[in-house]
Design a protein around this ligand. Structure first.
Ligand code: ZN
Length: 219
């Protein structure tokens, strides 16, 4: 038996009508061109929708999401979205936004086996071990998980900053900054992880500082 999901189609029709009531040119404008200033790399988690949490309208943010907001140089999906954002749309800011309580990060931290996602989050497992972010047997895992969710964002910003796509953009003199943020499901607030990189020379010092700040927070 199929379900038509008519309630979603009805909701869509209502939304489209309301948009036109507020701004009659809204769709006409967007149909011709999108010119977002921001590219968002976030987690697929349904509770962290990019547009909603930073209150941006359609057309204002270009989005790529995957489990645990990962950036891999060999991931054609993420890399092609990044290339489009940087070279065609010429966004000025890339935001890597993680969130506390991320299931992907938790799986990695615990070393749980859930299926295909195990391989996807394996680098976070290694990251946790490298930085000693493994909760002691029987202890509260929350501080460890919070720290690892933050560190995961910091690592992805670093990795993205070191990609050839981004290096090329900076070498061309393109104005582009990559930021690391984390979202709290508890209060809906985004925290800046002070991992903002605007050029090749600043990657290492900004990274070192961000990791040191994190270690102080969770000492
Ligand atoms: Zn997540």
């Amino acid at each position: 038996m199929t379900t038509s999901l008519q309630h979603l189609l009805d909701a869509n029709a209502e939304w489209a009508t309301a948009q036109v009531d507020r701004d009659p040119e809204f769709f006409k404008r967007l149909e011709n061109q999108q010119s977002p200033e921001y590219f968002w790399i976030g987690c697929s988690d349904s509770r962290v929708p990019a547009n909603t949490i930073v209150n941006l309208q359609p057309g204002e943010v270009f989005v790529h999401r995957n489990v645990a907001n990962q950036v891999f140089h060999g991931d054609l999906n993420c890399q092609s979205a990044t290339q489009f954002a940087v070279e065609i749309l010429k966004v000025k800011h890339i935001i890597v936004c993680g969130h506390y309580g991320c299931s992907g990060v938790r799986i990695a931290m615990r070393g749980d086996r859930v299926g295909l996602a195990d391989a996807w989050v394996r680098p976070i497992h290694q990251l946790a071990r490298h930085h000693g972010l493994v909760p002691a047997e029987g202890s509260d895992e929350k501080p460890c998980l919070d720290a690892l969710c933050e560190l995961n964002v910091i690592e992805q910003v670093k990795r993205l900053s070191e990609s050839t796509l981004i290096e090329d953009a900076w070498d061309r003199g393109q104005d582009l900054t990559i930021h690391g943020w984390i979202y709290s499901l508890k209060d809906g607030l985004v925290r800046n992880l002070n991992m903002s990189v605007a050029g090749r020379d600043t990657i290492e010092p900004v990274y070192t500082n961000a990791v040191n700040e994190l270690k102080k927070r969770y000492r």
